[in-house]
Design a protein around this ligand. Structure first.
Ligand code: SAH
Length: 222
């Protein structure tokens, strides 16, 4: 885990504030120490608008502009933990870069991460944050991630941070056999966080918990 790259963020907000966030995550059942350590280190205040920076270490989702939101820290931790499940991942795909916070949390825990965002303006801001934090194993792309990113498939893990109505077949096909995808599924009537594991014949699904994400849309916007 490349923690030294992240130390630059420490000191920008008090360590005590971050420690409180991590203690809250522990209480909510996050167990993977690597995930907790990364969440303690990544400066979440750099991923929200300046006016909201003082609220960055609360365990809530916050607006990031363009009608999108940065996910709640607990959900980021839960999805990261479910994706890694104690192992090490080589090549990961993320659909829905948004602020780039989830990407930045995953980056030190995997070898290489491709991240796809359909809104160009959000992707540019996320790129600037990755540069600032020197997270060099992140490969951002401005594209429609609902069809995945076939040119770099197969992936050892896929994480989706916007909700499709059902499990996108093209994404399952881009998983290596045995690899996992963590994603929210559903619409206005309710969503669930699901973990899909690709098998030799098809895939298995596990229901994790109820969630509330923005919808996965098609096409790209500037
Ligand atoms: N993980 C993000 C959460 C962002 S919200 C964070 O930590 O900040 C979900 C994001 O998914 C939004 O930015 C939205 O624009 C994006 N999105 C929705 N549909 C998409 C698609 N088909 N391809 C790529 N990104 C998509």
């Amino acid at each position: 885990m490349n923690m030294d790259l992240l130390q630059s963020g420490i000191g920008m907000t008090s360590e005590r504030t971050r420690e409180r966030l991590v203690n809250g995550l522990r209480r909510e059942g996050i167990r993977d120490e690597r995930v907790l350590e990364v969440m303690r280190t990544i400066p979440r205040h750099l991923f929200v608008e300046e006016a909201l920076a003082s609220r960055a270490y609360e365990n809530t989702a916050l607006p990031i502009g363009m009608g999108q939101t940065i996910s709640q820290p607990y959900i980021v931790a839960r999805m990261t933990e479910a994706l890694l499940d104690g192992g090490e991942l080589d090549r990961v795909l993320e659909v829905g870069t948004g602020s780039g916070y989830q990407t930045a949390v995953l980056a030190p825990l995997v070898r290489r991460i491709y991240t796809v965002e359909r809104i160009g303006a959000l992707l540019e801001q996320a790129r600037a944050r990755f540069r600032l934090l020197r997270l060099r194993n992140i490969h951002p792309r401005h594209a429609d991630g609902s069809i995945g990113l076939p040119e770099f498939a197969p992936y050892d893990g896929i994480i989706v941070t916007a909700a499709p109505e059902g499990i996108p077949r093209q994404l399952v096909e881009q998983l290596r056999p045995g690899a996992r995808m963590v994603l929210p599924i559903g619409g206005a009537e309710g969503q669930a966080l699901v973990r899909v594991t690709r098998t030799a014949r098809g895939y298995d699904t596990e229901l994790l918990e109820p969630v509330n994400f923005v919808p996965l849309l098609g096409g790209v916007d500037s």
